[in-house]
Structure formats: C-alpha cells, structure tokens
Design a protein around this ligand. Sequence first.
Ligand SMILES: [Zn+2]
Length: 406
Amino acid sequence: MGRVQLVNAVICSMLTYSFHVYKWPSSLLMEVAKAMRNFIWSGSFDQRKLCTVSWAKICKTKDEGGLSVRDPMKMNQAFLLHLTWQLLTSEEHWAHIGRTRFLHKGLPKAHYITSSVWPGMKKHVTIILEHAIWSVGNGKSINFWSDKWLESPIADQWGIPHTLLQPIRMMVSDCIEERNWIIPEYIWNRDAELAVKILKITLLVDDIPDKLIWKHAMDGNLTHKMAYDFMNGAGPNVSWAKLLWNSYIPPSRAFITWRVLHNKLPTDDNLRKRGCYIVSICCFCRAYFESTHHIMFECPVTFRLWDWLRKGTDQPLDCTNCSTLLLGRGGMGSKMVQQVLNSAIIHLIWAIWIERNQRCFHNKSQHMSSLFNTMLAEVQLSYRLSLANGASAMQDHKISQMFNIP
Ligand SMILES: [Zn+2]
C-alpha cells in the first residue's frame, strides 16, 4: 500500500502541471498507466506480475472497492475539461482571447486552428454545454434558439434543424426590454407553455452578465475534483469498504484482505488460471491443492485460528468466504466488539498469508498458536492506537479479557 501512496503522491503530482494544459497522446498515457500498475504490484516500472486486480478496479475509489489510484488518462481529460470550463466561464484576459480565437457563436470553430492547447479543449466544449445550463443575466451571451437556458434548447423543443439557425442570431437579450420580458407574438401563438416558462424566469435589476452553471454542482461551479469524478464515472459502493479501510488497521494488512476479496492472491489456483501449470499442495495440511479459499477458510490447519477466535470471543463467525466473515455479524455487539473482531479478522488473514509465504519460499514454519498470539498482539496495538475505547459493557468482557485490553 506504500507504493499506492507513492504513485498517487509522487507520479500523479508530477504529471498534474502538464495535464492542466496539454492533451497527452493516448499511447504515452497508456505507457504511464502501465508503469504505475507495474510499480504498484512489483515495485518496478517494467516488471509485470501475474495475479493482479484490474487497472479499472484499482482506479475506483476505496468506497467502490478500488484503491483510489488516479488514472493518468482520466486525470488528463478531467484537467482539460476544467480548463475548458474556465475558457467558457472565466472573465480573465486569457479566457476572453481564447473565446474570440477558438469559438464562434459559443461553439468550436469548424476550421483547423494552430494551437498547442486547443486540441485538448475542443471536444470538451460539447461535453460542458451538454451538462451545463445558462443562468440568465442580461441575456447578451445566450443564443435564444440553440443555447440551453431552459431545460433544453428551444430549437430542439421545436424540432428546428441547427443548419437553419446558422444565419439567425437572436439572443435572449432581444426579448428583454428595461429588465422585463418582451416575448414575440409568434412564440405565444405556437407554444404558450414555453412563453409562460420564460416569463417565470426572474430578471435581475442590475445589468450582470449571463452565467454558465454546471448542473451537477451545488454552487454551479466545476471544480477539479468534480471534473475527475465526472470523467471517472461513479459506480456502486461496496459494503465492506468501511470495514477494511480505517484508522485502526494498517493499510498493508488491509491490502491482503482486499486482494482476498477480489480473489487475486497469487495462490496456485489463481496462477493456474493465468497459465502456470504447477503441482499444487496446501503447505498447511499437505492434503489438498492450494487455493485462496482453501488456505484462508477451509484448511483444517488454519481453520483452527477461526475456531479459537470464535470460541475465545463467543461471537458467531461465518467463514463461508471473506465478505461473509467481515459482514456476517451484521453489526452485532458494541462498537468496540465490532472493531476488535474486524481488526482480528484482517490481521488473521494477513498472518495466514505471511505464514504461507514463509512455508512456501523460505521453508520456515510457525505453530498456529504463535500466529494467533501475533494476531492478539497486533489487535491490542491497534486498540491502543485508535480503536474505540470507553467503558466496556458486560458482554464485551470476554473480548476485553481475550485481547487483554482495558
Ligand atoms: Zn490445507
């Protein structure tokens, strides 16, 4: 997990400056993403690992089951979307020049323009106009027919082809006189409902410019974060995220459970799926072939750990799989009980995995009771650092005693 922090803090920050202004070639962005992916899994930019969680999943937020790694391609697009937003809305000098140079009637000019920044912004103008709406000020910047200042452009509501609108330049301000709406007769005749909708828009006394409003923001302004979230697309949240990523469990420990939840530990079953034909045997019981599910939840040797935890805490544990183990208790017990058990589960999964590697690659083994004691010490440390404390209820007594916590 340290590598994930490094990737987010160092590599992404280094790229940010250039991403703000220039569109990077897709091939180069894919190379950067590949190097980031390799570094997260192997610690080297060019060394690939076999059992890895997909890049798309890693780039999702932790609440959505990912690691919140920022995808360079999405970052570049998001920054350019934000720059385009500024081009369309800012009153700064550069934005005025940009609007005159790149836009015609509020849309990108059709002909090629020699510029190092415009190619990155051009396609984002349409995206912004689709997701923004004009707030009427003096009406001088809003095209009456083709701009979105009601729920949809009036030309679309009336089915007028945009090619017919080319020679017409009617602005909203043409329907305003001395801060009052003057709606043409033909609009009343054809669509009285539309005319009423227009009349309902309050006109301000002061002569202030029209403002473009980002529809998905409370204050109407598009920020960098919103632009990234918009480009990344929000997915459904996973129920286990809050149990996994929290202040009382070191991220390196939570990371192993996260891989188990995605079934991406390099156990023999997963290596076989990737084409490694190896002879497989569980290093704990030496009776079954190795799979993540077996070593974590089925193996008669490691199962003793879960049994000791269940009996020691007098709490039900559903060892069907990793998510039922984490979520199966369904919020039973006090906050302290939930946090201690959650911490114990994640530390035990980590301990099993480290022990498996010691046995497989270093020919060293510990007794299960030593692993259990290591877990108890780790949970105790977590508790002292940041777990919920306070007066323990009577039902928590058994847990307090087992983990030797006050
Ligand atoms: Zn086994």
